[in-house]
Design a protein around this ligand. Sequence first.
Ligand code: NDP
Length: 333
Amino acid sequence: NRQWVLRQRPKGVVQDGDLELVESPIPDLKESEVLVRTVYLSLDPTNRTWMNDAEGYLPPVGLGDVMRGLTLGVVEDSRSERFKVGDVVMPISGGWADYAVVPEAGLRPVHRAPGLPLTANMSVLGMTGLTAYFGVTDVLKAQAGETLVISAAAGAVGSIAGQVAKQRGCRVIGIAGGPEKCAWLTDELGFDAAIDYKNEDVGDALDRLAPDGIDLNFENVGGDIMIAVFNRLKVHGRMAVCGLVSSYNATRMPPAPNFGRIITHRLNVQGFLVLDYAPRAKEMVAEMGPWLADGKIKWKVHVDDGLEGAVSSLNRLFTGDHDGKLLVRVSEE
Ligand code: NDP
């Protein structure tokens, strides 16, 4: 069983030697335990934050421990009454490994969506979809006619969030890196406008595209991009702080917005975690399912083959060198 183990806390971008791929024997199953063969490993920007020795929403991954990661797999062996060989499952706490021995209480069954590939459960109908859907509908409470700006808009969460907001009747402006990603947002996903932050000044573009200001910000990036949006939020504007991906590899804190605007403009700035919305997944599926079936929501996954490449795959999230929700195929379905 190959497992990626955290050897040292990365400084900046994850480097060779920060994690090590080791071989370990698979222990015998105890009563009610299940052996899960990993099929897909989800790579998420937050994985990088778990490697730091810092206070977070989950404890840091310990040195010498298997790297934590969301996985989807197939039951290969079972001493559980609830799960049988062949079942498709998601461990609540998965890891970067070929196999995992999991107590039955730590497993969730996976219900395949009719007509959709299994990767949907790891993206648009999984954590990505939950984050996007509830970020727009519950955190921002987006209303028809409001102007919403989303950063990392061509990414997994951002691309779905923008489409949910379009379904809600918002005017949606996406910020993404490069002309291809921006063209995808406007030409295929129906965003009203896209700003290529690698080739144009975000503030100038926002002034042009939203001269009366911005009602809503779905923030995925942080740093200068976030400040440019924040400084243009209208009175009573609302901001959902979903992620700050530009700072996850940073060794120094990035600049912060001037919080005085929260007072002067009576802004509502709210952070949120998808974990809090997991119990409401059915609500998302009920509304998103028909949109997916009707082709009203489009989604992409970027699948890299091979657990051995997981570290370089992870680093794609910080260069933008991926097209859609980033997954590693660890074994065949
Ligand atoms: P994405 O698929 O969006 O991948 C990350 C993207 O971020 C890259 O493709 C890149 O896009 C962009 N990016 C990376 N570094 C920078 C930078 N320095 N400046 C500008 N853009 C950058 O990942 P996810 O959809 O999984 O996650 C998006 C955000 O949502 C992250 O911040 C993540 O932490 C957060 N998140 C939060 C959750 C929550 O519960 N609060 C749950 C899930 C995700 P480009 O090519 O356009 O530069």
